[in-house]
Design a protein around this ligand. Sequence first.
Ligand SMILES: C[S@@+](CC[C@H](N)C(=O)[O-])C[C@H]1O[C@@H](n2cnc3c(N)ncnc32)[C@H](O)[C@@H]1O
Length: 330
Amino acid sequence: MDSLEQHRKWSGEISNLANAFRKSQILFTALEAGVFDLLEEACTAKEIAHKLQYSERGISLLLGGLLSLELITLTGDRYQNTPKASACLKSGGDAYQGDILRHTMNGREAWAALPERVRTGTCPPAVRKRSGEALRNFILGMSNIALMSARECLQAVDLSGYRHMLDLAGGPGTYGITFQKQFPALRVTLFDRPDVVSIAKEQVEEAGLSHRFSFISGDCHVDDLGRGYDLAFLSNIIHSFGFDENARLVQRVHDALEPGGRLIIKDFILDNDRQGPAYGLMFALQMLVHTPAGNTYSFDEIQSWTDAAGFKGGESKALTAQTRLWIVQK
Ligand SMILES: C[S@@+](CC[C@H](N)C(=O)[O-])C[C@H]1O[C@@H](n2cnc3c(N)ncnc32)[C@H](O)[C@@H]1O
């Protein structure tokens, strides 16, 4: 490759990077307008514009954008969802991602403040407070993701024989629900903030498992975590907190577990040289713009907390390219 060719390739790659926001804006606009719900049936641009009461010009151009993203197809003058859009973007699809996408969309304002967050190295706590629809998008978004990862967890770790699991910062309860369905003898105590526990209760009730669940509302740094657990599951929570806060939290979990109890930490755990995975490195910035001290951590860093708390062993497992587990025993 001569240098002109090389420079053209590099500048093309950088241009794609710089313009990536256009793609996400197309996706978010179509999701919010309800385009994917309409495109289960093949429709013309005019029909969609009429049903949504949008301009025909705007819809025609948006549909072109969706075609470029390969989310829809065009046959003659009729557009329709691809199987990917039907599964992930149509309301009620088998792998629906709409809640987590809305949560991502809600993060645009926080990300716009990245230059200031990078300059100061922190973010005021108020930015983290979510309520109403934004909180529901966040918590149900966790469920969109967890529906897949919970099954991957069951494949990666043998959870048979456990009696009582603490699902710390359990969000919508999807992990507890999935594990409980697989192991009916398991009792689950879900700990989270009060407004999140209300959402989790709805989900557990919908799954018909209220009789196997208990709930504790509180702040996991200060309130009693309960006792008598032989399993503690911490999924996607350590990234919300600073290094020392996590060390103290892991100590509190150690104290809440029975001797022999197991702790599973699931997160976007980094390699010890902190050079990857790429998703975990990116996610650290998501924490920079949303939390005062959150970060993504390496196995070595997490082990320093579990060792200090008195846990033994230490096994790392990869669930996906980005999500990994750290497993220890009291
Ligand atoms: C990213 S979500 C993960 C939810 C769930 N564990 C999962 O993986 O699907 C983080 C959860 O931590 C909860 N959380 C954050 N800070 C907390 C605190 N100080 N005490 C209790 N829960 C907290 C949030 O309410 C939220 O449900």
